[in-house]
Design a protein around this ligand. Sequence first.
Ligand code: DSN
Length: 410
Amino acid sequence: MLKKSDPEIYSALQGEIRKQRETINLIPSENIVSRNVLKLAGSIFTNKYAEGYPGERYYGGCKFVDIVEEIAIRRACKLFNSEHANVQPHSGSQANMAAYFSVLKPGDKILGMNISSGGHLTHGVKVNFSGILYKSVFYDVDRETELIDYEKVREIALKEKPKMIVCGSSSYSRIIDFKKFSEIAREVNAYLLADIAHIAGFVITGLHPSPVPYAEFVTSTTHKTLRGPRGGLILCKKEFKEKIDKTIIPGIQGGPLVHIIAAKAVAFKEAMNKEFKKYQKQILKNSKRLCKCLQERGYRIVSGGTDTHLMVIDLRNKKITGLEAQLILEKVGIITNKNVIPFDPLPPTITSGIRIGPVAITSRGMKEKDMEKIAEWIDESLTNRENEKILKDIAKKVRRFASEFPIYAD
Ligand code: DSN
């Protein structure tokens, strides 16, 4: 029994279970997996080494591992309508690293979205491997509309002549036109990498256009809207199969996490169900309602709204920083993350905004009317941030409300 043999870890686990059950998690990159996904992620497959690929392993005893990985690959290809899938990346960062390493050399130029406009660390940020190994240049959203200005992206691409263009984002709340990105990439003879970590669930259900027909490489995580275990995924055209597979192993990874691949396979099957599309539609309804309720209370949403599962709130008119808001909301049991807004005057450790999205709470069964309540609690908490009594009252209501939506822990 863990309780007896390792009480410290046991107690942290119990704390996490209680916290997840009693709070409202609005971090849009997190989700709640099914019991079957949880079961496989904690399964005996974790005992197995399986460097290589199905049928070509460096270890014996891979009969069942091969079955699992073949199924995962087949399901990923079917879900995304892709010619090839590599299901071994341990994370989205490693999926992106593999896409770069497969066709670029150190010193090559990449063009990605600026992180303050919604891009990701691995899209060329200077302190990340992508900005250290490659010469990275960036496009921003338009200052006025806060939308991607495709003509501007084209101008930058023509001037900079990158070898790879990266599209996809971590905090851009609008539809991304992958076809336009591919036209720009073709024009400057660049590869196109589409990172759909956040929107994968919408892509496979037709609620967001797919980049698969347009991009040489599509990368994703498997744990956000896709609702699988924490991990990464690469999709590519057949012609890049060998390069991608060799870049993952022996290039940048060793043994795959077979328990996680098994959990990915289960999640891919779940994502083929009608219920999954219903879930994705509900995320969008909840997201739009949450956005509207906040706007009615005077909150400025970057770009004026959302087409997806997330939004960034610009808090400057409320005279509070992103960090302060995150901490106040955490006090009442609403979990968010501070986030830079486009052209943010504050550093990323403080920020002028918070990023929120109803991905996990929709998995728990919350609907539009619940978004109204949540928006009200967010507003009441931030408005009364100096009033401990009001904050305590809200915390009690949040705890009671969240506990009505169960989360399985085993
Ligand atoms: N950490 C992910 C997110 O929250 O969007 C990106 O890596």
